[in-house]
Ligand binder design. Structure first.
Ligand SMILES: Cc1cc2nc3c(=O)[nH]c(=O)nc-3n(C[C@H](O)[C@H](O)[C@H](O)COP(=O)(O)OP(=O)(O)OC[C@H]3O[C@@H](n4cnc5c(N)ncnc54)[C@H](O)[C@@H]3O)c2cc1C
Length: 233
């Protein structure tokens, strides 16, 4: 597996809790949308964390991550000065878009939106014609990272349902307040099981719960793709 050196060039606030980290790399990186890398500081190479690739620009030499500030590495990366040297291992991971054009259900919770957004931009590039439905869960609308970018996505058959688990309001077709998404919400959007692929990303517990519920409905395992954002411990 390749290890590439890079340096931090910028951190931009996205919401109160999340920021975009931009790293310039010495070599260009080839990746498949949905994949992640292992990131470490050059002076502490054994302390690594996985981060999904949000986008890669500048002919593969500028890599962007969407990161939620949590405890150790995610805070240190936010606080690091420009030019801080880092190491990137990868890309890796099998949470990637299949080639065949099927109907898609995308489910993202919290910062689990990062690989899903990358996949959405890939769908835009491929000019995907089939239905795509995104379920996105966040505590509050102001904490929903990249919401404006998602709304600007140009896909003909794309719809979004936002779950604002800690906010009160009147439910509408696009927004549900005060609860988490559940299997019934997802089932309502599946028109034809055989032609539907489901991509699911977020915290371990939520992904496990939804995955179990989806499989119990009879969706074949090969049509379910998931990424769990577990932490090191
Ligand atoms: C494939 C993959 C992709 C990922 N992509 C992203 C991404 O795009 N964006 C993103 O923000 N994150 C992503 N993550 C999560 C990321 O790798 C880190 O886990 C996250 O940034 C937290 O790291 P940290 O060092 O800040 O916190 P950590 O020190 O790892 O702590 C994380 C959490 O665990 C708890 N914890 C830590 N140590 C202990 C302990 N000993 N006992 C009990 N609880 C403990 C902390 O309270 C904290 O809530 C991804 C994870 C995976 C596996």
């Amino acid at each position: 597996m390749q290890t590439i050196s890079g340096k931090i060039i910028e951190q931009q606030d996205i919401t109160k809790e999340t920021y975009e980290l931009i790293i310039e790399t010495q070599e260009s990186i080839q990746f498949l949308p949905g994949q992640f890398v292992m990131l470490s500081f050059k002076d502490a190479p054994t302390e690594k964390r996985a981060y999904s690739i949000l986008r890669i620009q500048q002919e593969g030499k500028q890599i962007h991550f969407g990161i939620r500030e949590e405890k150790n590495m995610s805070k240190q990366l936010r606080a690091a000065t420009k030019e801080t040297e880092v190491e990137i291992q990868g890309p890796m991971g099998r949470f990637i878009l299949k080639e065949e054009e099927n109907e898609l259900i995308l489910v993202a919770a919290g910062i689990g939106i990062t690989p899903v957004l990358c996949i959405l931009h890939e769908l835009e590039k491929r000019n995907w014609k089939k239905r795509i439905h995104l379920f996105y869960s966040s505590s509050r609308e102001e904490n929903a990272a990249y919401l404006e970018e998602i709304k600007r996505i140009e896909l003909k058959e794309f719809s979004l349902k936002l779950f604002l688990t800690k906010e009160e309001g009147e439910d509408s077709s696009g927004k549900i307040y005060g609860r988490r998404m559940n299997i019934e919400d997802i089932q309502k959007k599946i028109k034809n099981i055989e032609n539907t692929e489901i991509y699911l990303c977020g915290p371990v517990q939520l992904v496990t719960d939804i995955k179990t519920a989806i499989l119990a409905t009879g969706i074949p395992r090969k049509q379910l793709h998931s990424e769990e954002f577990y932490s090191r411990s």
